[in-house]
Design a protein around this ligand. Structure first.
Ligand code: GLV
Ligand code: MG
Length: 309
């Protein structure tokens, strides 16, 4: 499997596959991942041109410091097969992942996996290198999460798609990612985010939060991003260059947390080495640290190091 799973994905930039101008601009943005979109940002009549633009842009290059992803249309449309065959067949060696929207069950993933394998074989590409990014944005998708997450070793991310999800469950809010008016007993997204995170962690995938559509509202973006970051999500989508810094910062451990994590690792290592491995717990100031603290510290320290790469 490709090494991109170990790369940070704090920010994933959405770029319409039909806009050469926006694709060109995206090359210079400091995002960890980019997806060129053949789905909702590309009108039906623009899809054939969009495929051609995406192929030539990927082959031209300039995105090698990012995870390079193309979002195809979902399997209920007439476009998925042609999206995958054209893009992967003609630019497969310059692509890291295919993003599949509106995944409703493991069969959607298995169909994409088989198609990718056949294209890789016929084009002489390394079989299994291209990963799959999965969008969970329907009630069916959420209920089938565990089976979906295990449907292919190619899967690298489980992504929450708030806009389609809210429509799918008929949530009474028109502001994507915000709490529905009248629901004042907690966070209406908690169950959804936690379910996606559980499936991602149970199966070793990245958990990614989707878009925040009010692009001028950076405070709102930060508030919503902090919610999934606090739970443990790895990153969030970015729709506009103005959102990049907020998202990169929110999903990087802050310096204080990073230093604290490194101190825990140092203290734990020192304690186990002076005791010849006999002691499993140590003190760091007033804090007792043990093997579980070491694992938590490794997560924060690992994310901090990856973000600095
Ligand atoms: C993203 O695709 C969403 O529906 O929010
Ligand atoms: Mg969607």
């Amino acid at each position: 499997m490709t090494s991109t799973i170990s790369r940070p994905r704090r920010s994933t930039l959405a770029v319409p596959g039909s806009s050469q101008k926006m694709i060109d601009k995206a090359r210079g943005l400091a995002v960890d991942a980019i997806f060129l979109d053949l789905e909702d940002a590309c009108a039906p009549a623009a899809k054939p041109d969009g495929r051609r633009t995406i192929v030539s842009s990927l082959n031209e290059g300039g995105f090698e410091d990012k995870v390079r992803v193309v979002r195809v249309n979902d399997w209920t449309t007439p476009w998925t097969y042609r999206d995958v065959v054209d893009v992967v067949g003609n630019a497969g060696s310059n692509l890291d992942c295919v993003m599949l929207p509106k995944v409703q069950g493991p069969d959607h993933i298995k169909a994409l996996d088989l198609l990718l394998t056949q294209i890789e074989k016929s084009e002489g590409l390394e079989v299994g290198r291209i990963g799959i990014e999965v969008q969970i944005e329907t009630a069916q998708g959420l209920l089938a999460l565990d089976a979906i997450a295990q449907a292919s070793p190619r899967i690298e991310t489980l992504i929450f798609g708030p806009a389609d999800f809210m429509a799918s469950i008929q949530m009474k809010s028109l502001v994507v990612g915000e709490q529905p008016v009248g629901y004042d007993v907690g966070d209406a997204y908690h169950h959804i985010l936690m379910s996606i995170l559980m499936a991602a962690r149970a199966h070793g995938k990245h958990a990614i939060d989707g878009p925040y559509l009010a692009i001028k509202d950076l405070d709102g973006l930060e508030r919503v991003a902090k919610r999934s970051a606090a739970l443990g999500f790895d990153g969030k989508w970015v729709l506009h260059p103005s959102q990049v810094d907020t998202i990169n910062n929110t999903f990087s451990p802050n310096q204080g947390d990073f230093d604290h994590a490194e101190n825990i690792l140092d203290a734990y290592e020192w304690c186990t080495s002076v005791s010849g491995g006999a002691r499993g717990a140590a003190m760091l100031g007033d804090e007792m640290i043990d093997e579980a603290s070491r694992k938590m510290a490794l997560v924060v320290s690992g994310k901090g190091r990856a973000a600095a790469m």
